[in-house]
Design a binder for this molecule. Sequence first.
Ligand SMILES: O=C(O)c1cc(C(=O)O)c2c(n1)C(=O)C(=O)c1cc(C(=O)O)[nH]c1-2
Ligand SMILES: [Ca+2]
Length: 552
Amino acid sequence: GPMEDYSPVTAARLENPEPGNWLMTRGTYKGWSYSSLDQINTSNVKSLTPVWTFSTGVDSGHEAPPIVNNGVMFVSTPYSQVIALDAATGDLLWRFKPKLPEGFSALHNTNRGVALYGDKVYHAGLDAMLVALDAKTGKVVWEAKVEDWKTGYYMTMAPLVVKGKILVGVAGGEFGVRGFVQAFDAESGKPVWKTYTVPAPGEPGSDTWQKPDTWKTGGASTWMTGTYDAESNTVYWGTGNASPWFGDQRPGDNLYTSSTLALDGDTGKIKSYFQYHQNESWDWDEMNPPMLVDFQKDGATTKGLLKTARNGYLYWFKRNPDGGISYINAQAYVPQNVFKSIDPKTGRPEVDMAHKPATGKAAQFCPGLWGGKDWPYEAYNPKTGMVYIPSNENHCNNLEGKVEERVPGQWWTGVAIPDLHFSVDTKASFYGEIQAYDVDSGKRVWRNLYPASMMWGSILTTGGGLLFTGGTNDREFRAYHAKTGEQLWHFRTNSGIMAPPSTYEVNGVQYVAVQSGYGVDAAFQQGLMSELVGWQKDVPQGGVVWVFAVSK
Ligand SMILES: O=C(O)c1cc(C(=O)O)c2c(n1)C(=O)C(=O)c1cc(C(=O)O)[nH]c1-2
Ligand SMILES: [Ca+2]
């Protein structure tokens, strides 16, 4: 089998992955979710058929892409399992099934993928443990405690490998944790650096926490994988909402909540940052990092960053030679009623206070707390020059805050889950959609509307001129024409698909792979939609790895 000559993953391979492999969650450090493979293309995709499937035996939301290294596939599942499979045949090679601690529960029982380096597989567990597994056997090589899960920290993202270090971020923004990004030595598991995303008194930015001690529980969790610019050795990492949710309880801008941080890859030092909205009060985590995309501006190619924000805006930045972030422009990609304007120089929004919830003051805001988009990945195709955004419209929340005492490890947002007051425009002709924008002009080129579903699918785009995604409540996996948005193929799977598809090649055959397995917030929202507009309450659950190829 393919394990006998397992090929170690080097820093050079990660910087320049072979087209036939999918070595990290979004394909490359740039975060494009793009593969140059083109054997499957717009003319033959109609003949795409399943070649093998594998039941994970796990329920809840599967959010990890199949990671593939020369014929070996690694998938992770909810509840922190890792499964190694023969990427061509679906044979099970090994399974890592950790025992989660007694009494353990997480708000989001999911995982977004493993990282590969050397002859090891790295996995960030819900119990806030980072484990290194032997890629050939699945045996634990080392374990590192990132945090104490009892205090509200958990981990859901895929680690990021940077020059022999394994970088992880934490979740817990709804529990009042203090976020950080931490790096561990890939060989030994020893901690190398740790950068908090909320400054302590005396550190730069600490004056943005005006009320004593609010910084200690300030949120800014780091629950999605960063992107990386090897040239400037800069890691771009996103941060989540501030805690608790209502900004009047923690006066100030609250750096670095809902921001992108530019970190030095060797030391973790904060080089630069951009905060999308200040004194966060909408649960608009800005956890996704920007993609590294170059675009035309004023007749010249600009080394840039493109960020699809949960706050409903699409942002263009300049990536400075030292990795620093300079604001260029932003435009709404879904209707949003919170920003009155955005300062053209700084990118700082002016907020309409009528749509900013506070303690004892209810306010409605749109899009609602799940944002213009939540975590599912947008994609960039260099052949079309377009960014593809899985987004949602015509939904709002109406929140009113309360002062609550914090109990470590418990929901602490200032509003109870039954009081989230999610609403939708029941007359709307659609809710979910895919939108394609030209990254040079910012013009929308096409959109595809889903009248009876939200869109929670990560997007893969390919050199074959295609987009692959699921994300809808009808269990479909679909292929679209990247230029026109025309649907070219679809296949009904076992469950709903949120996980990012990936594509790879073994023995000259191109495969497209994806995990189907609905759950977590998409399922939560689907339940609410069943009350509001009568959609079926449950989308079937249970994880299956699907692998497709074009039949010859
Ligand atoms: O603040 C946080 O730490 C945090 C963590 C996570 C997570 O780790 O999955 C989510 C969120 N927030 C969140 O706001 C959110 O909407 C969300 C959706 C999902 C999901 O997996 O579908 N996770 C999370
Ligand atoms: Ca959050």
